[in-house]
Design a protein around this ligand. Structure first.
Ligand code: 3HC
Length: 272
């Protein structure tokens, strides 16, 4: 998601630094941003060429490269320990007045805020995949987030073509609290052989006009990501409607993670 977030800010005219610990991931990010921009250009949706937009993005494996950034958005794995550690490292290098956002899908913003130096300048900024296409962003304040930050970040997002909603700091916010039980129930229907995976998905595509059925969507999001989000929801609400199903665990344990690994509920050839 980090790629998409960097891309939409660069499209909006901002200078962006993409940071990843893995050099190969940065090279892939650059290619994928170029592909995405080319698609948008073909449809006449860009005011500038992909090359011009791409020039606004620099790629680095060094966290120091963001020391002068106005806003930093963390988009690492959906694990509390990984996010907390990353936020601590970000806090140690950025300017005192920098805004820090977390693209967490489900983890408490109040909890994460204890890892940053200035909790009043920290909030949840949750984008949706594919970021260049999806207009929604969930904005989540903690008890410490300063009153004007929400307004400032909302205006910033509107300036890059996004349409934010404000949600309270409840696990999974609105999106994943509602989406994950749907995906979970679809997996249980598959486990109980109620219908085939493709018929379960077809039900939602043709019966409810969803662009993707719940199993294809789970593959698209990443089955590991879905499992991590369900864990957070289950641990926080203690409600079995969020419990990761065995089939999901088995797929994740066998590294069948959905589109990105080439197989999940479906096989994808070289589609990643
Ligand atoms: N960059 C630019 N354009 C892109 C793109 C990208 N990364 N990905 C897709 N597109 C464009 C395509 O060019 C195409 O444009 P066109 O219709 O004008 O030709 C359009 O989007 C549709 O793409 P495709 O024809 O390739 O394929 P689909 O019609 O299947 O659409 C999709 C792909 C946009 C992903 C659509 O299936 C969709 O909206 N799916 C649901 C996505 C969704 O629910 N996302 C939210 C997931 S939850 C989440 O992210 C939260 C997290 O916390 C888990």
């Amino acid at each position: 998601m980090g790629r998409g977030i960097g891309q939409v800010f660069a499209q909006g005219g901002y200078s962006v630094t993409q940071v990843d610990v893995n050099k190969d991931a940065l090279a892939l990010a650059k290619d994928s941003i170029y592909d995405s921009l080319s698609k948008l250009e073909k449809k006449g949706l860009l005011r500038e060429t992909p090359e011009t937009i791409l020039k606004r993005i620099s790629f680095s494996t060094e966290l120091d490269s963001i020391s002068d950034s106005d806003i930093v958005i963390e988009a690492v794995f959906e694990r509390l320990d990984v996010k907390s550690e990353t936020l601590r490292k970000i806090s140690a290098v950025v300017r005192e007045d920098a805004l820090i956002g977390s693209n967490t899908s489900s983890i408490s913003i109040n909890l994460l805020s204890s890892s940053v130096r200035n909790p009043e300048r920290f909030m949840g900024i949750h984008f949706f995949n594919p970021v260049p296409v999806m207009k929604l962003v969930e904005l989540v304040s903690s008890e410490n987030t300063s009153g004007d930050l929400l307004k400032k970040v909302s205006e910033l997002l509107v300036s890059i073509g996004k349409d934010p909603v404000h949600v309270k700091d409840f696990p999974g916010f609105v999106s994943n609290r509602v989406l994950m039980p749907l995906i979970r129930e679809a997996i249980l229907a598959l486990e109980e052989s109620v219908a085939s995976a493709s018929d379960i998905d077809k039900t939602f595509r043709l019966g409810m006009n969803h662009p993707m059925g719940p199993l294809e969507l789970a593959d698209f999001i990443g089955l590991d990501v879905c499992q991590d989000i369900m864990e957070v929801l289950y641990n926080n609400y203690g409600d079995p409607r969020f419990k990761p199903p065995v089939t999901l665990r088995n797929l994740v344990n066998s590294k069948k993670l959905g589109r990105k690994s080439g197989e999940g509920f479906y096989k994808y050839g070289d589609k990643k």
